[in-house]
Design a binder for this molecule. Structure first.
Ligand SMILES: *Cc1c(COP(=O)(O)O)cnc(C)c1O
Length: 412
């Protein structure tokens, strides 16, 4: 079977299937077994084998990490229990007194981690509009050790110039970390453009089936890898063997899924752009997206997330509830299409004042396009947009009346 060293010569989709599923396994299985064991017997009282304890290392997780390192082009990868555990591990590279400069259009849970938990360890965070390199550079302070950005941002789908951000970080002695969740390594490889660290919520496209919560960090150099391994082992947030197996299983179809999702997303974005009830549609693959050219210069496709404005929260709510094929869920990146109102769901943990300062409108709808037939999705959106424009929309027989939830969602 192919080994890691010659994988690099193969096309991305070949590498998704052709990696070594079970290095060293005498039975030569073609799928990675789930090593559901906490500990491994030592060769003798004084000699360790390759594995001793699953927090420190597990063969199923190791195969996953090897595959992720290959796909992003880093020396090693680290799989974590969630995307936020992966981001937390990155913040552990800093010390009290250090500062993170973060993009201001950030995943809601990252904002919560940065604003409510990180300050306890003496690491401060400031936010900046990272889509403008000059603004980003001006914002760097003497204590800035890490620049953390997302591109495309979610849900506004704005683009940060990765090469420029890496240059700026390095000129000022800081690291650049990129949350590349919205793209996956199939579409964007930040390490090749100068980033020091790339992270994912693997819950989204890497898994693709909405059945695992997981995260990953891939550094660009062995020193950072060593530091991250100490954190993964020392804090114990590494991904368990069963979830590692599920993630490996989903990962193999990453390019197939995204090819379909992306071409459907393009059709749907064009449909939305031409629809009279849609005020503005955001999609990095539309030629009127202000950063379409920049995005095309650093990524291999626009992805499959679209957002649009309707002009009123009430209209947006009705559209979401009138759809039949789009699940109302906080997440994205799965094979099933979903719809959300980010300000009320995934980004509810960002204070309203900050949301409006970064121009995150209340009526914004985010779509994640799945693998369904795009004609069915467009027909569903057509009927939902029509239903939402009538004063009293008929009840949707496919969607049970919503239960009343007295508390705000916990951001996912
Ligand atoms: C979902 C998400 C996260 C958090 O990942 P979890 O797996 O939910 O912990 C971080 N960044 C982005 C861009 C996300 O979409």
């Amino acid at each position: 079977m192919t080994t890691r060293t010659n994988l690099q010569d193969l096309a991305f989709s070949t590498r998704l299937a052709a990696f070594d599923q079970c290095p060293g396994n005498p039975h030569r299985p073609v799928a990675t077994p789930i090593y559901q064991t906490a500990t491994f017997e030592q060769e003798s009282a004084l000699d360790f084998g390759q594995y001793d304890y699953s927090r420190s290392g597990n063969p199923t997780r190791a195969v996953l990490e090897e595959a992720l390192a290959d796909l992003e082009g880093g020396p090693r990868a680290f799989a974590f229990a969630s995307g936020l555990a992966a981001l937390t591990a990155i913040t552990r590279l800093l010390s009290a007194g250090d500062e993170i400069l973060a993009g201001d259009d950030l995943y809601g849970g990252a904002y919560r981690l940065f604003s409510r938990i990180l300050p306890r360890s003496g690491v401060s965070v400031r936010y900046v509009d990272a889509t403008d390199p000059a603004t980003l550079e001006r914002a760097i302070g003497p204590r800035t050790r890490l620049i953390h950005i997302e591109t495309p941002t979610n849900p506004r789908l704005r683009i940060v110039d990765l090469r420029a951000a890496a240059d700026i970080a390095h000129r000022h002695g800081a690291l650049l970390s990129v949350d590349s969740t919205a793209m996956s390594p199939y579409l964007q490889r930040p390490l090749e453009l100068g980033a020091d660290l790339v992270m994912h919520s693997a819950t989204k496209y890497l898994c693709g089936h909405s059945d695992v919560t997981a995260g990953a960090v891939i550094p660009n150099d062995p020193k950072l890898a060593e530091a991250l391994y100490l954190i993964q082992n020392g804090e114990g947030a590494g991904l368990g063997p069963f979830d590692s197996y599920l993630l490996l299983r989903g990962l193999k179809t990453l390019s197939l899924r995204l090819d379909r999702q992306q071409s459907s997303a393009r059709r749907i974005a064009e449909f939305l752009r031409g629809h009279p009830r849609v005020r503005h549609a955001w999609f990095p693959g539309l030629d009127d997206h202000p950063d379409a050219a920049l995005h095309a210069s650093q990524a291999r496709g626009p992805g499959a997330v679209i957002s649009f404005e309707t002009g009123s929260l009430e209209t947006s709510r009705r559209i979401a509830e009138a759809t039949r094929l789009f699940a109302i869920t906080v997440s994205f990146g799965g094979i099933g299409s979903s719809i959300s109102l980010p300000c009320r769901m995934s980004h509810a943990s960002i204070p309203a004042a900050i949301r409006s300062a970064v121009d995150l409108p209340e009526d914004l709808i985010r779509l994640s396009i799945g693998i369904e037939d795009p004609a069915d999705l467009i027909a569903d959106l057509t009927q939902a947009l029509a239903a939402a424009s009538h004063p009293a929309p008929p009840p949707n027989p496919d969607r049970p009346a919503a239960a009343h939830h007295p508390h705000q969602p916990a951001t996912a």
